[in-house]
Design a binder for this molecule. Structure first.
Ligand SMILES: NC(=O)C1=CN([C@@H]2O[C@H](COP(=O)(O)OP(=O)(O)OC[C@H]3O[C@@H](n4cnc5c(N)ncnc54)[C@H](OP(=O)(O)O)[C@@H]3O)[C@@H](O)[C@H]2O)C=CC1
Ligand SMILES: Nc1nc(=O)c2c([nH]1)NC[C@@H]1CN(c3ccc(C(=O)N[C@@H](CCC(=O)O)C(=O)O)cc3)C=[N+]21
Ligand SMILES: [Mg+2]
Length: 293
């Protein structure tokens, strides 16, 4: 038996075709969405992700704004760039690419972003809104994971999902999304303090591997027919490696490849968050226009 591929590239293309039309409509009503990126330092991996994000923007007609800063920038200088993007009307949403160099405070940077321009959905106000079930931009990678599962009709309601990793970009927020009433999964979050990881993963109908440890999910840990999402990214001998060992494809029912799975959807939902925010602004403008006119 070989698993069905959860194809992130094909799914991303569908999302972009839809976004392109929505951006065209926004432009016709005089609104130009613009995505900003703040990149600190010259890590080649981070630089590649940022390039990819700007290529995505070009593809759907979203303007892009790049702020590439030297690795030795001070927190005050970084704050000034964030304040500048918060004030710039051409920038309707943006991200601060993580990780930041060690001397900078990541949480302080994330909190300084205007929550209305938070394209990542990682601002504490927006994570709080998610917990309260209020409207907010959703974290991109978790949103991509849920979209991919739905697209391939993997049953989520009632399923037992086991998440490996409790990081702020993937593990923690995917737990929040999957336990909403609209998803209704039962979630176990695992981390380095988990006593028996293999036993937890073996119970899963859905495995979300987001530890960043190459091949941590092995064939013997996967229940036959389970859906396995390979999210973690590491570099081994200069090549990208995921968290899922290749033999898992022999037992799983569905696998998202890495690359070609969740990564492209992370980027697609970053652009989606920016477009949705612009659509909300357009609707607000139209309703105030209707009141005054
Ligand atoms: N494909 C994509 O689109 C994206 C991929 N990523 C990748 O996903 C991964 C997760 O990112 P992020 O959410 O930021 O998490 P972090 O990288 O911040 O944290 C990793 C988590 O994995 C846990 N972990 C590490 N080793 C083990 C282990 N041996 N057993 C159990 N748990 C372990 C850690 O546990 P503890 O808390 O105990 O230290 C921690 O909670 C990273 O590799 C990142 O590069 C991120 C975003 C998008
Ligand atoms: N503020 C912030 N938000 C993030 O969303 C964020 C971040 N910081 N820091 C780093 C992680 C990592 N991440 C990825 C995005 C796209 C791919 C992606 O598209 N990967 C391609 C392969 C790319 C290649 O081959 O180089 C794929 O999976 O097919 C991967 C990983 C977003 N992250
Ligand atoms: Mg991290």
């Amino acid at each position: 038996m070989t698993a069905t591929i959860l194809d992130g590239k094909a799914t991303r293309d569908e999302i972009f075709a839809d976004l392109k039309k929505r951006v065209d409509a926004l432009k016709e009503s005089g609104i130009q969405p613009g995505l900003g990126t703040v990149l600190v330092g010259d890590d080649p991996g981070s630089a590649a992700y940022v390039r990819g994000k700007h290529a995505d923007c070009a593809r759907v007609g979203v303007a892009s704004i790049r702020r590439d800063l030297p690795a030795d920038i001070s927190q005050d200088e970084l704050n000034a760039v964030i304040d500048d993007l918060n004030a710039d009307p051409a920038c309707t949403g943006y991200i601060v690419q993580l990780p930041l160099p060690k001397h900078l405070d990541e949480n302080a940077a994330l909190e300084r972003v205007d929550p209305e321009k938070d394209a990542d959905g990682l601002h504490p106000i927006n994570l709080g809104r998610l917990v309260l079930g209020k409207e907010a931009p959703l974290p991109c990678t978790p949103r991509g994971i849920v979209h991919l599962l739905r697209r391939y009709e993997v049953a989520i309601a009632g399923a037992h999902a086991v998440v490996v990793g409790r990081g702020v970009t993937v593990g923690r927020p995917i737990g929040l999304l999957l336990t909403r009433r609209s998803e209704n999964a039962t979630v176990t979050l695992c981390h380095t303090g988990t006593r028996d990881l293999a036993a937890e993963v073996r119970r899963a109908d859905i495995v979300i591997a987001a530890a960043g440890v190459p091949g941590i999910i092995t064939e013997d840990m996967v229940k036959p027919g389970a859906a396995v999402l390979d999210v973690g990214v590491s570099r081994v001998d200069d090549k990208l490696a995921g968290d899922v060992a290749p033999e898992v494809w022999n037992v799983a029912g569905f696998v998202s490849p890495n690359p070609g799975g969740v990564g492209p959807l992370t980027r697609a939902f970053l652009v989606t968050n920016v477009v949705e925010r612009a659509e909300q602004a357009a609707a607000e403008l139209a309703s105030t226009g209707a009141h005054s006119g």
